[in-house]
Structures are given as structure tokens and as C-alpha cells.
Design a protein around this ligand. Sequence first.
Ligand SMILES: Nc1ncnc2c1ncn2[C@@H]1O[C@H](COP(=O)(O)OP(=O)(O)OP(=O)(O)O)[C@@H](O)[C@H]1O
Ligand SMILES: [Mg+2]
Length: 578
Amino acid sequence: MIQEVQAISPAKFFADNRSIAGFGNPAKALYTSIRELVENSLDAAEYARIFPEIRVRLTRLSKDELKEIIGISEDIDKRLKELIKEKKKKREDNKEEEEVSEIFELIVADNGSGMAYNEIPILMGRVLTSTKYVLMQQRGRFGLGGKMVIIYSIQETNAPVEIWSARKQDNSISHYVLKIDLHKNEPIIRKAEKIPKKKFRDVWGRRLNQGTIIRVYILGDWPRSRRYILEYFKQMAIITPYATFIFEDPDGNVHIYERVTEEMPPPPKPTQYHLQGIDTQILTSLLKKTKAKTIKDFLTREFQRIGPKMAEAFLRVVGIDPKTPVNEITQNDKIIAAIVETARKFKLRSPDPNCLSPIGQKLLIEGIKKVLSPEFVYVVQRKPFAYAGHPMIVEIGIAYGGGVEPGIHLYRFANRVPLLYKEKSDVAWKVIESIDWSRYKIKRDEDPIAIFVSVVSTKIPFSETSKDFIDDFDILRKNIKLGLLEGLRKLKEFLSRKEKAMRQIKKRQMFIQYAGNIVRSISSIVKSDSRYKDWPEILEDNLYARLMDLIDEKLQLGATKTVEEISEDMQASGDMSE
Ligand SMILES: Nc1ncnc2c1ncn2[C@@H]1O[C@H](COP(=O)(O)OP(=O)(O)OP(=O)(O)O)[C@@H](O)[C@H]1O
Ligand SMILES: [Mg+2]
């Protein structure tokens, strides 16, 4: 039998394996669609160094409304009928709780950089195209997210995506209606036009000077994704306090998180690879692209933190002449493998952390206060460290009381994106499990404690393709643990100072009660004596005031701080992270 060799396009591959990208069922797909578009919007605003303003509207549509809007065929009817059948079957098999799949219109609008008219069809219509293929900390990386939303939409509703985008320097708004040809991995353009900026108003009646608006029609399950979507916005607001998010949900509620700061973290700088952060594939492609002539030149030119001496010492260990021409190496798989292997063991300078952009203590504190208004908050930023040739920074926050519910709540962020699934598998959860809470006088199930763990890196070590949780490895676990222990020591100190302050306040209240009684008794005794019957009221007041001063003096209340002041003291007296 002759077997036919076939190749499939990346668009088709991801369409067939959409659960890899988080589109496995209508609930997860609704959540992922919002996430992908919001994260593109944040990247675009931050790239332009603008405070992001992101508006999201999710509206339920009836089949008829959808048909009217996009004028399409029975496809949706057919798909909805299929879904009802699948649902019935699942219920019969008792496999899943009841699902409610409906069609939604999803609109995400931002004030970011916008896209050029000619680039939109490729950036949004061809899988694995991106402007983010540079080595630095970013939310997006793969050139897939936005396109997956479109592919999912086409698969489920057969509706095209609609895009409006404007850059500051353009006079017009680029307007596209497009689909993706899955077999060719190419955009199918239904409409392309330029609308003068003056003539355009968006669905909220606003002008668009700079930014992007994307509208898709997707199948979703709001009841089952609601909790995650609302949590996503809440956590996004914590880790992005310099952005405004407005989310109009399908039940008619509007969730608003306003920007609370005038600062943004400094932008990350694109960087070169570190010799320990590559594999043979990356090395081969760098060898093919380089302008260097010799291997020594190549190492100093294409990698960070390698000087001529270091390059020579390294090549000696690999066993190749520094003058070997690059094209000789490119042909030699054995040498390529030897370079990668030697690099793993060779002592090199740590990777440069300047390509990272952690949120920073001040902004994280503001984000936490904005969303949870806790009584106490403390944030530690650990020093950068290296993992497999990539720099990494960990920030740990701890908050107590206020809007924090009883129990321990973990908030995880990777490159400033919240992680909401599979918490118990995450390295941060393992650290929480390893802590003896009683040492900090904390009752795990009763005390209102929130823990924030934010990890940034050029490569986040996710355990699975779904990118839901971070792998457990020694240096990361140690950094999280040391940060958390520092926070817990501060929390313990805060709680004992708070308790003392509370005791003083209680005592004062008691004394005040007595002071009133004493003044009244003295006054009535004195007045009963006819010589003092004209005892003036003012003396009574003076006596009362004098007694109060004595009480405050005795309790040293001037030195007692408010809970908020104690919390601020704790942050100011922070340990230096090593
Ligand atoms: N709202 C937007 N504003 C400006 N440019 C955008 C916007 N959305 C997408 N883009 C551009 O389109 C490209 C492709 O987006 P897409 O989400 O498909 O991939 P990505 O963000 O690069 O990577 P990832 O797969 O991790 O999301 C982006 O790299 C960006 O250049
Ligand atoms: Mg993206």
C-alpha cells in the first residue's frame, strides 16, 4: 500500500487541537478569548507607553440576531442542535453538570499602538505571525492567541472577525472583515477599507484616534465561566494598577477598575540569548543568520555577557579552534550539540535581568490596596536569579484583613498575567503547604490572608502546554519561600503591635467611662455644699479635660499608631532581600 505524505498548516493544526490553546469547551473558550484579546490590548498600550484603557463588552445574542448581524446560513442552527444533543448525552451519562452554551458578541477595545493597514491581514489572519518574536519579557510570544479566537469563532459560528485599528499618525481607521483559510493558513478578506477618523464612532459612540477594536461572535458558557472571567479582571487590576478596565457582562453589570497610579513599570529591553538559554535549534538558526565570520566572533556578537577571553576559554573546553569559520560549524551537528552541552556546565556570567519588567513593590502595593483594601500589606522583590540561561525575578506580597476573606488565598502571576487554573499543582502552592503557620500565630482556615506570587522571566517554566501553573524547581521554590517568610515575619510583628494598640484603645475607653462618672460625682458633691452652689459648668469641663490628658499621658497614646501606620512602618523597615 502506498502511503500518502501530507503536511497540514499550523492554522489547521491548532483548529484541530484547540484545547492545547485553551479552547477545549465553551466555558474555557469564552474565558480564553477574553484573555487573549485583553492581553494583546495591554501589550499594545504598554508598547506605546500609554496608560492602557481597555473596554470589554460581552453580549448574549439570539440565533436570529446573529443571523441578522452576519447574514449567515443554517450553520449556527446545525451547530446549536449538535450542542444540545451533546449536552443531553453528557447529562445522561452524568458526566458533567449542566452546560449552557450560547452565542456571544465579544468586543474588546483599547487605546494601544494600533496596527498598520497593510499588516492587519497577516497579523490577524495567519497563525504564527507576531511582532513579539524578540527576547524580552512580554505577555504574548507565540503569534497565536488572537488568531485562535478567530479560528474558534469561525469553527463555532462561522462568523468573520471585524477589526478597526488606528495609529496616531494615520488620518484614517483601518477597517477589516476577515476570516482565516485553515488549509492555507491565509487570511480571507471580506472587506478592507479606510474610514476617515472624523467619520468614525465606535459602539459606545466614541472616536478612535489611536487603538484597536476587535469584534468576534463566539460560542460560550457564561454561567460556568463567569467566576473565572470576573476573577481574571480583578487580578488583572491588582497586577496592572496603571490600567483602566471596564467589563460589561452579559447580565447587564458593569465592572470597573480605574487606574490608580501615574506610574508604569519601566519597559523591558529586548536582549540577546544567554549561551545557557539555547538549544540546538536556536543555535542553528542563530548560526544561519549571523554576520560573524568565525565562531569566536559569533559567540561575542550574538550572545549576552560573553567577551573575547570568555569565548576563547569556552571554545577550548568544547575543543574547537576559535578561528573556525561559522559556516563550517553550521554544517556540523556534532559540534552544535557539543556547544549546547558544554554551555550547560561552563561557568558563565548570569543572564542580564534588564530585559525583565517586574511590577515593583510600590505598584504592587497600590494594586493590592485598590482591589482588596487590606489592613496590612507587605511586598518583597527578590534579587534576579538565573534559571536555564534565563533571568527571573520573583515578587511576593502578603495582605491581611480588609476585603480579604477568611482563609489563605493565593494569587499567582506569570509575566504579569494572572494564572487561575490548577493552583494546587503550582510551585507557590507547594511553598504554602510547607509552611508551619502556627509559628506565625496564624490560623490557616480562619485568618484573612492573601498571598501574591509574581514571577517574571524571558521564559516562564510552565509544566504543561496549557500554561496554567509553574513548575517546582529548587531555586524558584527557595526564592518564593524566603520572600514569603519575610512577609510573614512582618505580618506577625504587625499583628502583635495591632493587638497592643487595640488593648490601649480599650483601656482608654474604659478610663473615659470612669472619668465621666468621677467628674459628675465630684461635681454633685461640691455643689451640695452651699458654699460652692454656684460652681460653674466650666470648671466641670476643665476637670474632665484634665483627667483625659492624664489618661492619655499614662497610656502613652500619642505614641500609639493607627493600624494603617503600623502597616506602613512594616513596609518601610523591610529586610534587604538577598
Ligand atoms: N490590540 C492590538 N493592538 C495592536 N496590535 C495588536 C493587537 N492585537 C494583536 N496585535 C498584533 O498582532 C500580532 C498577533 O497577535 P496574536 O495574539 O495572534 O499573537 P501574539 O500576541 O504575538 O502572541 P500570543 O500567541 O502569545 O498571543 C501581535 O504580535 C501584535 O503585533
Ligand atoms: Mg496575543
